[in-house]
Design a protein around this ligand. Structure first.
Ligand SMILES: *[C@@H]1O[C@H](CO)[C@@H](O)[C@H](O)[C@H]1NC(C)=O
Ligand SMILES: *[C@@H]1O[C@H](CO)[C@@H](O)[C@H](O)[C@H]1NC(C)=O
Length: 238
């Protein structure tokens, strides 16, 4: 194929491209990220005082908080980007319905324990954190098992936006089928993730132009890891 042919793939969805072009700067999230590191590790610290309390939560920490804040174009000496491939996983999703039913009954018990221990003078949580815990309610709908959550949408949208900035001479051309391929596997979370990513790249106005190709069955491209393997593995990957 010609060098204008680009590809992008996402894990469960994906994409690709190629090109060179000019680019209009989109406003990036400017949220300041205050981390626990910046604070004195003082016992009495309130989580309530921290703008982004989830930075040290391992895999539960959103990509948005730990992103690379350098959005300069990637230009290794002597190289010009010709293609972009991405195989990505879906963004944050709800637990399964079965797990959510459990969480819905167990979390309020833990909540009550924490609050009553505080009232009995035990523990070192600050007052504002206790107040927040007292107000907490289980909001999720247990029937929305495994659906992409709002944060997951924001994650993929941000990744699309950031990749576009970093490969701006390649990824700023309007969508045409001859330049981009987007594919996702057959679940709500990967479908919604792929669309969020494309929205980050093409913007709200042009997202309607993006065509999502149907994956083949069996999907040996996006589900290559699992083809021929056990079903449990399959579920894990997706
Ligand atoms: C891309 O291809 C699909 C399927 O052939 C078509 O429906 C769609 O209009 C095309 N999109 C563009 C922007 O050409
Ligand atoms: C993906 O999501 C879109 C928008 O919600 C929907 O119209 C489309 O049917 C979905 N595709 C698949 C394969 O489920």
């Amino acid at each position: 194929m010609s060098k204008l042919f680009n590809l992008v793939l996402l894990t469960l969805f994906l994409i690709l491209f190629v090109q060179a072009g000019k680019h209009s700067k989109k406003s990036h999230e400017k949220g300041k990220i205050k981390t626990l590191i910046n604070k004195k590790q003082n016992q009495a610290d309130c989580y309530d005082d921290i703008d982004s309390p989830y930075v040290f939560f391992g895999t539960k920490t959103s990509y948005r908080w730990n992103r690379n804040k350098n959005d300069d174009e990637v230009t290794p000496p002597g190289c010009v980007a010709q293609q972009f491939w991405l195989l990505a996983r879906h963004g944050s999703r709800n637990p399964t319905t079965k797990d959510m039913i459990k969480l819905k009954s167990v979390l309020p018990l833990i909540q009550r324990e924490i609050v009553s221990n505080y009232k009995a003078g035990r523990g070192s949580l600050c007052k504002d954190d206790i107040k927040n815990l007292e107000k907490w309610k289980f909001h999720a709908d247990v029937d929305d098992g495994e659906l992409l959550v709002k944060e997951g949408f924001k994650e993929l949208k941000g990744i699309g936006d950031r990749f576009q900035h970093r490969f701006r001479s390649l990824l700023t051309r309007p969508f045409v089928n001859s330049s981009y391929i987007f594919q996702h596997t057959d679940t709500e979370r990967t479908n919604a993730s792929a669309r969020a990513f494309a929205k980050g790249m093409f913007g709200k106005k042009n997202i309607g132009d993006v065509f999502f190709q149907k994956s083949s069955t069996p999907d040996t491209l996006l589900r290559y890891v699992i083809s021929g393997k056990k079903k449990s593995m399959q579920t894990q990957m997706l």
